[in-house]
Design a protein. Structure first.
Length: 485
């Protein structure tokens, strides 16, 4: 009997000593060097992008590895935990730069043929295919940008600079076709094409040092898959617009009162825009952001919650830094600052789409360029988030507040917590480890009276004793639960 007693006591002590394995749940708290060396500059980071909701357990991270007059295109797999070893898409002793990637295609410009040509490669599930030239005609093709549509027939759309014009073509059924000069009727120089859905945005140089934002939308007529181009729209503001780019959102830079700000287009029908860097001193440039929907419930996906992260460079006379922001935990804001040290550095920033670990744990990364020992390295911070679902079981009015015992208990790895609200209430439910450290916020919102269930996923935690606590304006209660793996 004593041996059994001591064994049980030992198990309880072990449970009590366990701490949350969710050190990986972080709101921009970490700073890591992704890749650096004494021999190469690593530039122009980017991630493969997926449609909203189609989140993967790993994505591809792509960047340039420059040395002298050569630039290779390198890639690594990026999952929730980190990056794989380095591989190459092309490493042929020439300049391979300005890559654009979406879905399973990457396009870049190369000087292999003594001028700038565009090449492409396709992802086959384990690696990238051999590079193939897109256009071998004379002239320089530069600054490619891609958009992918899976509707009806999977199609990749390409826009790029050629001379002072913006050109368009698409890849369907393994063929490049539909060559179109979008700006042949415009006498001004047009440059920097960027897709946002079935819209090609670009800058139009209307005078020296002045650009206006221009857009051409297209539709598709079926069954012939013909493209219909709509009239040109423009945003012409009193000062110049620069540095347009998009991921899940469309950003551009604009100068006002001697300061540069980053703006985001809120409504692409009305071209309504908003300053997303207001409130920060200095010049704000190179904004990159993801404002995506992440599934609340397990697969199949039933509901979504917004998850926002973006970063930009802020430069003043005596400081130069990356500002990273995220919105998580049902509306809480996190802001972190990362010094670039050298005030002359201009950094390229990219933000990844979510990478999942299971269906409730997600991570987004912000990666940027930073000089380390005289060479450009790529560094990152990240934001990770746990998401669980809330089910409204009944809108009938309970006669009192209550917090039920989770079931099952013990559990592995999922359990359900039921609670009741007799009146409209501001509700917070959090999970803590035995040392009182918060593991996860399950609920943080104003809710109608009723009976609810919320699911807690402990798949990333170690075995042990945990506590969950509800707090409303006039009621609080704590209960104990045990995770056994």
């Amino acid at each position: 009997m004593k041996s059994i007693f001591y064994l049980l006591l030992f198990i309880l002590l072990v449970f009590a000593m366990q701490y949350s394995a969710y050190g990986q749940v972080s709101h921009l708290d970490s700073f890591n060097v992704v890749v650096s060396s004494a021999d190469h500059d690593y530039c122009n980071p980017l991630f493969t992008m997926q449609p909203q909701g189609s989140y993967e357990s790993s994505i591809r991270f792509i960047y340039e590895a420059r040395s002298g007059s050569t630039s290779a295109l390198a890639w690594r797999n990026a999952d929730f935990w980190g990056y794989s070893s380095e591989n190459f898409i092309v490493n042929n002793g020439y300049m391979n730069i300005n890559a654009a990637v979406t879905g399973d295609m990457i396009v870049w410009q190369s000087n292999k043929n003594n001028n700038w040509d565009l090449y492409y490669s396709l992802w086959n599930g384990t690696g990238w295919s051999s590079p193939v030239i897109i256009d071998s005609t004379s002239g320089n093709e530069t600054k490619p940008n891609l958009y992918f549509s899976s509707y009806n027939v999977p199609t990749y759309y390409l826009a790029y600079e050629k001379g002072d014009d913006i050109c368009f073509k698409y890849y369907r059924n393994n063929i490049w076709q539909g060559d179109t000069n979008l700006t042949g009727s415009i006498s001004n120089k047009c440059f920097s094409p960027v897709y946002y859905g079935q819209r090609v945005y670009y800058l139009q140089e209307t005078s020296t040092d002045f650009n206006m934002l221009t857009r051409q939308r297209f539709g598709i007529s079926y069954p012939g898959y013909q493209h219909i181009w709509y009239p040109i729209d423009t945003i012409k503001r009193p000062n110049t617009i620069r540095n347009i780019h998009s991921s899940s959102e469309f950003h551009y830079e604009y100068d006002t009162l001697g300061t540069t700000y980053s703006y985001m287009i809120l409504n692409h029908a009305s071209l309504q825009y908003r300053n997303v860097t207001i409130g920060f001193t200095g010049n704000k440039t190179n904004c990159a952001g993801e404002m995506l929907n992440i599934p609340i419930d397990n697969y199949p996906l039933n509901d979504y919650t917004p998850y926002i992260i973006f970063a930009f460079q802020r430069r003043t006379a005596d400081s130069n830094m990356i500002v990273a922001q995220s919105r998580a935990d049902y509306g809480m804001n996190y802001i972190k600052y990362f010094s670039l040290e050298d005030t002359s550095t201009v950094s390229k920033i990219t933000v990844s789409p979510p990478v999942r670990n299971g269906w409730t744990l997600y991570k987004l990364r912000a990666v940027w360029e930073k000089k380390i020992n005289g060479k450009i390295a790529l560094v990152e911070t990240f934001d990770s988030h746990l998401i669980t679902g809330i089910n409204n079981l009944s809108s009938e009015l309970p006669d009192k507040y209550s917090l039920g015992q989770n079931y099952p208990n013990p559990f592995n790895p999922n359990t359900v917590i039921r609670y009741q609200l007799p009146v409209v209430s501001d509700v917070v439910i959090k999970v803590y480890d035995v040392q009182g450290r918060k593991v996860q916020t399950l609920v943080n919102e104003r809710m109608q009276a009723g009976t609810y269930e919320v699911r807690f996923d402990g798949s990333g935690l170690t075995s042990g004793v945990y506590f969950y606590r509800i707090v409303t304006g006039s009621f609080s209660e704590t209960r104990r639960m045990v995770l056994v793996k």
